[in-house]
Design a protein around this ligand. Structure first.
Ligand code: UD1
Length: 419
C-alpha cells in the first residue's frame, strides 16, 4: 500500500506550475473518437484516469503515443463501437465515450461506468438527453446497448446541469445535421474547453459556458493540436494548503477566473492574494478565520471538488463554520478521518458544522476518495507531529505526484510503501 508520511508544521514557500486539468482532458479524449486524423494534446497529465481513457481509445482501435509532455492519438483507425468492461469499470468518464461512439458509428455497446465512491452517481441524465436526440438505449446485463441510427438534431432539456451529461450530449450532437439546442447546460470551464477543442477540430458549437449551447452539425472533424486548461481544483487545493500552513506561494499558469468562488470566500481571510496575468501569489501568515456558511453548487458556485480541502482549513480556523454539500450525498467520508486528527466536526445529513481548533495532532488516517484524500493531506501538513495518510492511490487519480509539488514548496512529506 502506498501512503504519505507527513511531519506537520512547515510553512509553504516558493513557486509551482499548476498541472493540466484531468477533468478537462477526459472529455477531450472522448472527443478524439470524433476525429478523423491525428490529435496531439500538449501538457498531457499522466493520471491513472487519463491513461485508462487512452486504453479505452486503444480498445476502440486508436493508436496512442505518450511523449514527455504530450500525447498523440491516431484516430483514423478507430473502428470499434464497444468498450470492454474491465476498462469502463475503472473510470466514470468512460460514459462520455457513449455520446462520441454513437456520433461516429450510430451504435454503441458500453458497460455501466465506475469511478470515485462519492454517492450514487446515476447516469439517467446522460441517457435521457441522448434519448431526446432519438437514440434507442436498452440496459441489459450491465451494458447499455445503443442504436443511434435515427438520431436527429433538436432540443435537449437537461433536468439538472450535470457536467458529464452536458459533455456527453455535446459529443453526441456534433455530427447531427441541422441545429441542436441544449438547455440547462452545466457552465464549468471544462465544458468550455471541450467545446474549444472540438471547434478547433472543425465543430460548430456556440454558447459553451452559458446555460444554452447550440450546435450546428458538421460532417467531419479533422485532427490537430490542443493545449487543455490547467486544473482549477489543484490550484484551489494549493491555495488552501498555503492558508492552512502559512507561507508565501506563487502559483503559475492558472486562470483565476476559474476559481472566483474560492477567492471570494477567502477574501479578507488573513491572507493576501495578488493576481498578475496567469500567476497568483498567496501570502498567509495568520491563523485563518471561520467562514459562516459555504454551500457547494454547480459552477460558478463553490466547487464540491474543493469541499474537503476547505473543511480542513476550517478545522483550524478561528470560530465556527458551516459547510453544506449539495452535489453528492456521500461526500463527507473524510470527516471521520479528520476527527482522528482532532478536528471538531458535526455532520447532520448534508450539513457539517466545524468548530475550529487551534491545533490538530498527527495520526494514521485513510483516504476514502480523491478530494477527501487531498483534504487529509492538507490537515496532515499543519497537524503537530507525524501523520500517515494511507491509500493514496485515490489522490493519485487527480494529483500527479502531489508529494513532489508539496516538497517543492517546503513541506515535509514523503511517499512510503507499507506492507
Ligand atoms: C464532474 C467532475 C467531478 C465533479 C462533478 C461536479 C469530471 C470527470 N468529474 O463529475 O470531479 O465533482 O462534475 O462538479 O469532470 N447526476 C444525476 N444523474 C446523472 C448525472 C448526474 O443525478 O445522469 C447528479 C449526480 O449524482 C450529482 C450531480 O448530478 O449529484 C452532479 O453530477 P455531475 O455534474 O454529472 O458530475 P460528473 O460529471 O459525474
Amino acid at each position: 500500500m502506498q501512503s504519505f508520511f507527513i511531519c506537520g508544521g512547515n510553512k509553504l514557500m516558493g513557486e509551482l506550475e499548476v498541472q493540466t486539468s484531468k477533468n478537462a482532458v477526459l472529455p477531450i479524449l472522448a472527443g478524439c473518437i470524433l476525429c478523423d486524423k491525428d490529435v496531439v494534446l500538449h501538457k498531457f497529465p499522466k493520471f491513472e484516469d487519463t491513461l485508462t481513457m487512452l486504453k479505452i481509445l486503444e480498445s476502440l482501435g486508436a493508436r496512442t503515443y505518450i511523449y514527455e509532455n504530450d500525447v498523440k492519438i491516431e484516430c483514423e483507425s478507430i473502428t470499434n463501437h464497444e468498450i470492454p468492461v474491465d476498462l469502463a469499470s475503472k473510470i466514470r468518464s468512460s460514459i462520455f465515450s457513449l455520446g462520441a461512439i454513437l456520433s461516429r458509428f450510430k451504435k454503441a455497446k458500453v458497460p455501466y461506468p465506475g469511478g470515485c465512491a462519492i454517492g450514487a452517481r446515476p447516469i439517467d441524465l446522460h441517457i435521457k438527453g441522448l434519448k431526446q436526440l432519438g437514440a434507442k438505449i436498452i440496459d441489459k446485463h450491465g451494458f447499455l446497448y445503443c442504436d443511434g441510427s435515427n438520431m436527429k438534431s433538436g432540443v435537449v432539456n437537461i433536468d439538472f446541469p450535470s457536467v458529464g451529461a452536458t459533455e456527453n450530449i455535446i459529443l453526441a450532437s456534433v455530427f447531427l445535421k441541422g441545429r441542436t439546442k441544449i438547455i440547462n447546460c452545466a457552465k464549468e470551464p471544462e465544458i468550455v474547453d471541450l467545446a474549444n477543442f472540438l471547434n478547433s477540430m472543425g465543430a460548430k458549437i456556440h454558447g459553451a459556458g452559458d446555460s444554452i449551447i447550440e450546435i450546428e452539425g458538421v460532417e467531419k472533424l479533422d485532427g490537430g493540436e490542443y493545449t487543455p486548461i490547467t486544473d482549477r481544483i489543484i490550484a484551489g487545493t494549493y491555495i488552501l494548503a498555503t492558508l492552512i500552513c502559512g507561507g508565501d506561494v506563487t502559483l503559475k499558469n492558472i486562470n483565476t477566473e476559474h476559481i472566483q468562488s474560492l477567492m471570494h470566500n477567502l477574501k479578507n481571510n488573513c491572507c493576501k492574494m495578488i493576481v498578475k496575468g496567469d500567476t497568483l501569489r498567496v501570502v498567509a501568515n495568520k491563523r485563518p478565520k471561520a467562514i459562516s456558511k459555504i454551500e457547494t453548487q454547480p459552477y460558478p458556485g463553490f466547487p464540491t471538488d474543493l469541499q474537503p480541502q476547505i473543511m480542513s482549513m476550517l478545522s483550524i480556523a478561528r470560530g465556527t463554520s458551516v459547510v453544506v454539500e449539495n452535489l453528492f450525498e456521500s461526500r463527507f467520508k473524510h470527516v471521520g478521518e479528520l476527527k482522528k486528527l482532532g478536528a471538531d466536526i458535526l455532520v447532520n445529513d448534508k450539513t457539517a458544522i466545524i468548530k475550529g481548533k487551534s491545533m490538530l495532532y498527527g495520526a494514521n488516517v485513510t483516504c476514502q476518495d480523491l478530494r477527501g484524500g487531498a483534504g487529509l493531506v492538507l490537515a496532515g501538513l499543519v497537524a503537530k507531529g507525524y501523520t500517515t495518510v494511507d491509500d493514496v492511490f485515490h489522490i493519485d487519480r487527480g494529483y500527479y505526484h502531489m508529494e513532489k509539488d508539496l516538497q517543492q514548496l517546503g513541506a515535509n512529506i514523503e511517499r512510503i510503501t507499507k506492507a
